[in-house]
Design a protein around this ligand. Structure first.
Ligand SMILES: Cc1ncc(COP(=O)(O)O)c(C=O)c1O
Length: 443
């Protein structure tokens, strides 16, 4: 079966040029670091478009598939434009993400709004902007959303987020579909929710069910398991309540290759499994072929992104670890300190040099836990070397902070030897732009 782009460790355009430097998207990474400064997020457009094509091809035999990009993985205006041009819709989880895609000129009927505690203001904004689907997470939200829709004399289209009770073997912080999860309705609560929608919340129009099992998933069996439960429930609900639900959203979650030892499945493998299972349950439960939403985030954007850092100080602990510090860390990539995520790195300006040292890459932030990569084999590192950390496209910029009052890095899109800024580097003035000194303290 063909490979897909999420199975690569590095962007598909990565090569070593005749200066011995790493090049991505036809751009020498050392030149990028010099031109735009570091830390620097770099996104390779070809890799991003390549995974979009992998997904579309993998599901082409099921025309009722709707590809939605989970924008929580990386949400910027330019990235939204690229995904839109590839025919993707958007799974959003906040007014910030909704506003970003709206201002990027996206058709809002292609947007879905998820989340376990959407506020009144967020729901109102989403209703006003004509967001296409709301994934209603709980009883509180059903009431709130119905009130908002009613007050505007509108009807809103919803799915019910359910917890199908499937566990996947990923980090517990990124598991979401198990029974004791904070997300969604338990299966035993579905009927009560539907009765409320039918009898009281009449400004809500229910189309189907939604679930998301977890993230960085390597087990292919969870998707058929999930489809089995959702199809069974759809069939049962339609019979019990005389409804005609015909949409299922099976979430995202496909894994990526952060290090050599990771072996995520391909989009083609999960595509075949999902389509076979859909055909099976359509027959078994005698249901109309449902419209199926898929909302991958990490597998769409992770491989396309790398982060460049400049090496600064180093410290050899006598008889212990050699630490090499770079000019970024947990504020631009919180994943290693948050859930022990592992990464792979190379030196952009010494790609071909012999790897003769095992070092630990430390961040610059004031926490002992601010370690980007433990025990990585690299050529001897010196101040000024440019470190390239791979697979940082997802959940890096979107989880970035200003910890230690450090400015957030810029982001550059590379393609065909061009490099274009798509997120400006924050300035020191940006950092204080929202600060206010009360008059009484000004004396
Ligand atoms: C509801 C929902 N859909 C989609 C995603 C995207 O998951 P991933 O980035 O693993 O594809 C998430 C991530 O947590 C999610 O919570």
């Amino acid at each position: 079966m063909s490979e897909s782009t999420n199975q690569y460790l590095k962007p598909i355009t990565t090569l070593v040029n005749d200066k011995g430097n790493i090049e991505i998207g036809g751009c020498d990474l050392v030149d990028l670091a010099e031109k735009f400064d570091t830390p620097l997020y770099v996104v390779d457009e070809k890799t991003l478009r390549s995974i979009c094509k992998d997904y579309k091809k993998a599901f082409e035999k099921y025309p009722k598939i709707r590809m939605m990009y989970a924008s929580k993985a990386l949400c910027t205006s330019a990235i939204s434009k690229i995904l839109d041009s590839e025919g993707f819709g958007f799974d959003t989880v906040s007014s910030g993400e909704i506003y970003t895609v709206y201002k990027s000129g996206i058709d809002m009927s292609k947007v879905l709004f998820n989340g376990n505690n959407k506020s009144y203001d967020e729901l109102e904004l989403a209703v006003n902007l004509g967001v296409g689907r709301f994934s209603a997470d709980n009883f509180f939200e059903l009431a709130l959303l119905n009130d908002i829709a009613k007050s505007k004399e509108k009807f809103v289209d919803i799915l019910l987020r359910i917890t199908p009770g499937i566990e996947c073997h990923t980090h517990e912080y990124i598991q979401t579909g198990h029974l004791d999860s904070k997300f969604g309705f338990d299966l035993t609560q579905i009927d009560e929710a539907i009765e409320l929608i039918q009898n009281e919340y009449t400004n809500l129009k229910l189309h189907g069910l939604h679930a998301h099992i977890g993230s960085q998933i390597f087990e292919t069996s969870i998707y058929p398991d999930e489809i089995e439960i959702m199809a069974r429930e759809i069939s049962r609900i339609n019979k019990t309540f005389g409804l005609n639900l015909n949409e299922i959203n099976i979430g995202g979650g496909l894994g990526v290759k952060y290090t050599q030892k990771d072996a995520p499945p391909s989009t083609y493998e999960i595509g075949e499994l999902i389509i076979n299972k859909l055909n099976e349950v359509i027959e078994k439960y005698e249901i109309e072929p449902p419209t199926v939403f898929l909302e991958p985030g990490r597998s769409i954007i992770s491989t396309a992104g790398v982060t460049l850092y400049t090496v600064g100080s180093s410290k050899q602990v006598p008889h212990g670890t050699k630490y090499v510090a770079v000019d970024g860390g947990m504020a631009d990539n919180p994943r290693p300190s948050m859930y022990q995520a592992e990464y792979f790195a190379e030196i952009a300006n010494k790609k071909e040099a012999e790897k003769n040292e095992t070092v630990t890459i430390a961040g610059r932030f004031c926490e002992s836990g601010d370690i980007l990569i433990k025990n990585v084999e690299l050529p001897e590192l010196f101040e000024g070397d440019i470190l390239c950390v791979y697979n940082t496209g997802a959940y890096n910029y979107s989880m970035a902070s200003n910890y230690n009052r450090v400015t957030k890095p810029a982001m550059v899109l590379v393609n065909d030897s061009n490099s274009e800024i798509i997120v400006k580097r924050e300035t020191l003035d940006d950092l204080i732009a929202h600060d206010i000194i009360p008059d009484r303290l000004k004396k």
